[in-house]
Design a protein around this ligand. Sequence first.
Ligand code: BTN
Length: 324
Amino acid sequence: MIKKINTSLVKVVNILSDGEYHDGTSLGEALNMTRSAIWKTIKKLQNYHIKIDSVKGKGYALLEPLSLLDSAKIKKKLHGEKCDISLFESIDSTNAYLKSYRNNKGTKICLAEQQTQGRGRLNRDWHSPFGQNIYMSCLYSLQKDISELAGLSLVTALSIVKTLKEFGMDDQLLVKWPNDILYDGKKIAGGLIEVHAEAHGLSVVIIGIGINVNMMEDEQQVSQPWISMRKALNHYVDRNDLCALLINNLFNYLQRFNEHGFAAFISEWMAHDCLMQKVVTLKNLNEKVTGKVVGVNDHGYLLLKLADGKVRAISSGDASIVKK
Ligand code: BTN
């Protein structure tokens, strides 16, 4: 089910974001809402698992920092390409939402505070709790044939790495082919690319990006070791600033990819590649192959040196490091 962002929810959170107690009457007066409407909004936030303390005579207070996404704040910080932003309180998946726009040529961004059916690569679940992280998809047209798009996953991963580094993350931030982003060996972000080929060398793509930003708990709901920016940086991260920077970087990388292809990104990829010189087993639908990673080629294929010394370029799959 799709829910547009509710403005009272945002307004209540804006007041509570100072971490102080605010009673129902003063919240109601400030926001021109009844006490019962305030109470319903608080309940709604609690149903989204936002921790709010409620004390008789004092009012309500957030127990954890929280600020919600605001498309106007994000738009103000965008430079360059014009784009339309749709923001949802809750949605099944931001990638799935943009599929209905795939015949549009214009760029479109979809953001959500929660995804009920967030998807990762290989049809894995993508845990998407309310208000904590970034769940963003971008509809984009590239002047490329479908056969030239293998490097797009890698370029997306590099744009995420650039963004997180600009937010103060250090050199423990690495990429794992084709588009995992790891910090200290744990998953912090990932991309999911869906391609809708079109005629005349033009491809419409949906680029889904998930970043673990302020998530602190829910370990049991995520199947692989993970970390969030807040855990790594030791402070709460402003998601509006992060989103704006991510969109600016993504557009910049996509333009360069459109003009020069993946070849322009090889050295940046190599500088962040956690698989380089490692022996890995790569599984895809057709086969399982083991070899030493010696780089990536101009298309973004993984280069594996096999036991017989030959180097093979592999276009898709899931790589795991072989333990010695
Ligand atoms: C992965 O690493 O497996 C890719 C994760 C991609 C998750 C994002 S969140 C926004 C967009 N909507 C989805 O359902 N998935 C992507």
